[in-house]
Design a protein. Structure first.
Length: 342
């Protein structure tokens, strides 16, 4: 089996590539990644020199390149992680989200159609369903109601993928997952950003009242779920994946501070994210009933391991925060009334 994994130098993609190479000693993985600010070859040092892994720097919007890769490497299946993934960045500048997330997915689907691919797994998100009130959970039949430019671009990609199944019989599956955390997550996202700020005694910027709720899942559980869907999922189906761990942002931040033995006075409430979704919660019952999957890693354990990973891997994150991240941080948080990171 040869898999084309796109976005495999990002957070979840790199974890997935390592997971699959460990689990299937006979699989080959071609990893296509543009290496945007979020792509990092250092995420893949563990598999450096592994002959079953081929890294190619390139853009999923490049139709000729994508088709050539499918042909040259005799690709059986695509798992599409490549995306612009950060909601706040999509609020600042949305066009790259439309390009990569919508057009890029369209290019992959078209190439898959020509190549007669065996499987196409589109990695999507719970954010396509919009925001919940205090009760209820998202199921696969919940109507799509994306609120941010990021979420809308992901919903558009999902609809395109489903249309390619309906119209051309392409063997498409969609997974929609809740908020991931774990090693190699870029420190623009809540958990790694708070860990790094707490470790370096910087203010922790909590948006609004800190009462927004996310359903947290360890990245290893997400990878295991994608593996299962890829091998046992049904064409044309969508699968919700969740961690069964709903937490208010402020409580996530407090846990990080507690583990690091840092004072809560580091918390700084700042201006809210425009259009901020209040609550996400996934009903992943279909994954359990049909494929026998449930999340395994308890958040209490996973968050401690994750904090410890960032403690041990200072070299990895120091290189990131010393680069263009500085400008991003000033732009994003300076305007929210935070003092600069320095
Ligand atoms: P990430 O931002 O860490 O990684 C994205 C990767 O895609 C990067 O390596 C980047 O270089 C690459 N990329 C971007 N544009 C590209 C292009 N045009 N061509 C090729 N490569 C390109 O993102 P992540 O958090 O690892 O998310 C991966 C996928 O999972 C995304 O599709 C995202 O929507 C989805 N997802 C993420 C979460 C989460 O909590 N992080 C939850 C559910 C779904
Ligand atoms: O739900 C799945 C989605 O989770 C994925 O599809 C996205 O790719 C991923 O980025 C993530 O989106 P969120 O917007 O939920 O994640 P983020 O880490 O940016 O924010 C989590 C919550 O924390 C959200 O309510 C906003 C809040 N937050 C975030 C940051 C970066 C803060 O309060 N302060 C911050 O500095």
């Amino acid at each position: 089996m040869t898999l084309l994994v796109t976005g495999g130098a990002g957070f979840i993609g790199s974890n997935f590539v390592m997971f699959m190479l460990r689990r299937y000693p006979e699989y080959r993985i071609v990893n296509l990644d543009k290496l945007t600010y979020a792509g990092n070859l250092e995420n893949l040092t563990e598999i450096q020199g592994n002959l079953r892994h081929t890294f190619l720097q390139g853009d999923i919007c490049d139709a000729q390149l994508v088709y050539e890769i499918l042909e040259r490497y005799h690709v059986d299946a695509i798992v599409n992680f490549a995306a612009e993934s950060h909601v706040d960045r999509s609020i600042l500048e949305a066009i790259e989200f439309v390009r990569t997330n919508v057009e890029g997915t369209g290019v992959l689907l078209e190439a898959a159609k020509r190549h007669r691919l065996k499987k196409f797994l589109q990695v999507s998100t719970d954010e396509v369903y919009g925001s919940l009130g205090p009760e209820g959970k998202f199921v696969e039949s919940t109507p799509l109601h994306p609120n941010s430019p990021y979420a809308s671009s992901k919903a558009s990609a999902d609809l395109l993928a489903l249309a390619y199944h309906h119209t051309f019989g392409l063997p498409i599956m969609i997974t929609r997952c809740s908020n991931n955390y774990g090693p190699y997550q870029f420190p623009e996202k809540l958990i790694p950003l708070m860990i790094l700020n707490a470790m370096t005694d910087k203010p922790l910027p909590v948006y609004g009242d800190g009462g927004n709720i996310r359903d947290w899942i360890h990245v290893d559980d997400h990878c295991a779920a994608i593996d299962l869907v890829l091998h046992e999922g049904k064409d044309g189906e969508t699968y919700n994946i969740g961690g069964n761990t709903e937490l208010r942002n402020i409580d996530v931040v407090r846990r990080i501070l507690k583990h690091l033995n840092k004072p809560e006075s580091l918390i700084q409430f700042v201006e809210d994210r425009p259009g901020h979704d209040r609550r996400y919660a996934m009903d992943a019952g279909k994954m359990d009933r049909e494929l026998g999957w449930t999340p395994r890693k308890p958040f209490d354990e996973g968050i401690v391991e994750t904090v410890e990973w960032y403690r041990r891997n200072e070299e990895w994150w120091k290189r990131i925060v010393s680069g263009e991240y500085q400008q991003y941080y000033k732009m994003m948080y300076g305007e929210r009334g935070m003092t600069s990171k320095e």
